[in-house]
Design a protein around this ligand. Structure first.
Ligand SMILES: [Zn+2]
Length: 172
């Protein structure tokens, strides 16, 4: 390459800093290498430049928008991820009759009632065996908390109803 071509190549490198320009620059360099004429180079440069300017949306704008969109999505995901990590805000226990229910309060309008209650008197989680729910102390004849499995749905739904009501009317 001649000195002039080298200067032009450096100039091109300096001027075109984005990806589109680098591609164009490579094409220009190839043209210089093959044709070798300054006139041809200047003409090709002019054609390429006018073509570049006439593009409806320059490539770098598209790239910038895509990158911006990517950053936005990333930030949104990071935010929602940190929110889901702190989702379990509170664990509370509600007493209904002789049972205590564990409730996970995610936020004001979302909570889960654990299906297995605890015996209020003994503070023990009920066991399930032979289609019955019962306090472990029943086996030592120290407790009478025991009900058949078919009643569980009713007991559970009843508890949920009262817990829902209490949470609705109270700010946790
Ligand atoms: Zn008990």
């Amino acid at each position: 390459m001649s000195r002039l071509q080298k200067i032009l190549a450096q100039w091109l490198k300096k001027i075109f800093s984005d990806l589109h320009a680098i591609i164009l620059g490579a094409i220009f360099l190839a043209l210089i290498a093959s044709a070798g004429g300054v006139y041809l180079f200047a003409r090709n440069l002019w054609i390429a430049l006018t073509g570049y300017m006439q593009l409806p949306t320059p490539l770098w704008v598209t790239i910038a928008l895509v990158l911006l969109l990517g950053v936005c999505i990333y930030l949104k995901r990071t935010k929602s991820h940190s929110l889901s990590n702190s989702a379990i805000q509170k664990i509370k226990y509600f007493t209904i009759g002789k049972l205590k229910w564990k409730v996970i309060i995610h936020h004001k309008n979302h909570h889960e009632v654990n299906e297995l209650p605890l015996c209020l008197k003994h503070d023990l989680r009920l066991l399930y065996e032979n289609y019955r729910y019962f306090c472990p102390e029943v086996m030592k004849n120290n407790c009478n908390i025991s009900f058949p499995a078919k009643e569980h749905y009713k007991v559970y739904e009843n508890a949920k109803s009262y817990i829902d009501k209490e949470l609705r009317n109270k700010k946790c």
